[in-house]
Design a protein. Structure first.
Length: 392
């Protein structure tokens, strides 16, 4: 191999980190590596020694041979049982693992390597965690000769970057998987999810929330920031976001809360704001406090707890208990008798509930409270926050 320049080394390293964060694919990296070594390159993993292997990215390996390797030939390598002595970061050749290796008589060589014109090969252990291991393997034909000390040196320089990039890649993948799982779950409930920074800048919106924002009725996105339909509602929303983002970043005593956001020609939007633990720092080493804004329209069929009704609608405990009883199927008279209050007092509580919620009939109250999915999530996501801690 001709001398590898510093510029070429930096290009390979850049390709590694591009793949780690999704700016490029791992296939692009192994393609470059195959060119440098005039052979093939592959990154593969196995769940345990002697089991089938998964090839994550490969260059210049016929797909049919790749499948055969995954299903059968990876277990037929003469040195497979010796891999237990390899530590993460090590670069090794088959002859280093097995002395007097009769390489050319093995099934692995004759039925898998030789038909592809492969003779020389070496591997680098990128990760060994429990039984699972991941390797980078380089191979080539006799035409280009055995690998030189300079070529091994290049690999040693790349391995630490590959190991760090794998950790980054896993972190990015896990984050995306968690985000997607949250989006799918909430969308299945007909609930919108909006991830915002501490100052209300929108970072992620699921499909339900995107549709709500597009209608610009209750919540809107203005210059990248989340806004409510009225200044008062916007101020209340911003306060809850700041509280939730601060606690998620490890500071502050608030933890968000619930809020009714008025709309024109429609019932209120129900909004829950909760913390998102940052679990580390941003890309530049700076804290990145976030809050999750969950939005629901009154169209779900879920029961509510009295404590969440108190917080969401500003009801007194007595009013919340009455609303819960009516939702559960009791009549106004039955509730008055069970609570040892007069029917007149119960009617007074009911009228106060109407005034605070905007409903005007008992049937609307039952239908509206059953439709509210936000309070159902409040107990878990706000971690038992007292209903008196924050009023929307």
């Amino acid at each position: 191999m001709p001398g590898t320049t510093e510029e070429r080394l930096l290009q390979l390293i850049a390709r590694i980190y591009d793949a780690a964060v999704g700016g490029a694919s791992w296939r692009d990296f192994v393609d470059d590596l195959a060119d440098v070594y005039s052979g093939t390159a592959a990154i593969s993993s196995q769940a345990s020694i002697g089991t089938g292997t998964s090839i994550h990215a490969a260059s210049r390996i016929d797909p049919a041979f790749g499948r055969a390797y995954e299903e059968y030939y990876s277990q037929k390598r003469p040195w497979v049982n010796e891999l237990t002595v390899i530590a993460p970061g090590q670069v090794f050749t088959p002859r280093r693992l097995v002395r007097d290796l009769n390489y050319e008589k093995s099934e692995y060589y004759n039925d898998w390597l030789k038909p592809q014109g492969i003779y020389y090969l070496f591997s680098a252990a990128l990760e060994i965690e429990g039984n699972r291991s991941t390797y980078l393997t380089i191979s080539r034909s006799r035409r280009y000769g055995d690998f030189s000390a300079e070529e091994f040196d290049l690999t040693y320089k790349l391995v630490p970057h590959l190991q760090r990039a794998m950790l980054m890649h896993r972190h990015v993948f896990d984050t995306m998987r968690q985000r997607d799982a949250m989006a799918i779950t909430l969308e299945g409930l007909g609930v919108g999810a909006i991830l915002v920074t501490i100052n209300g800048r929108v970072r992620f919106v699921n499909q339900v929330a995107e549709a709500l924002l597009r209608r610009e009725n209750g919540l809107v996105q203005r210059q990248g920031h989340l806004r409510a339909s009225t200044p008062a509602a916007t101020n209340a929303l911003n306060r809850l976001i700041a509280e939730a983002a601060s606690i998620g970043a490890g500071s502050g005593a608030g933890s968000g809360g619930v809020l009714l956001v008025p709309r024109t020609q429609a019932s209120h939007l129900h909004v829950l704001v909760c913390p998102v633990p940052i679990g580390g720092t941003g890309w530049l080493g700076l804290p990145a406090p976030m809050a999750l804004v969950i939005v629901s329209e009154p169209s779900r069929h879920l029961a509510l707890r009295a404590s969440e009704l108190e917080q969401l609608y500003g009801l007194t405990p007595a009013e919340a208990n009455l609303a819960t009883a009516l939702v559960s199927g009791k009549t106004l008279k039955e509730y008055a008798t069970a609570s040892r209050i007069t029917l007149v007092t119960a009617k007074t509580h009911l009228q106060s509930i109407f005034n605070k919620t905007g409903w005007h009939r008992q049937s609307d109250l039952v239908r509206g409270t059953l439709a509210n999915g936000i309070a159902q999530m409040a107990k878990t996501l706000l971690r038992g926050k007292s209903p008196n801690d924050s009023k929307g």
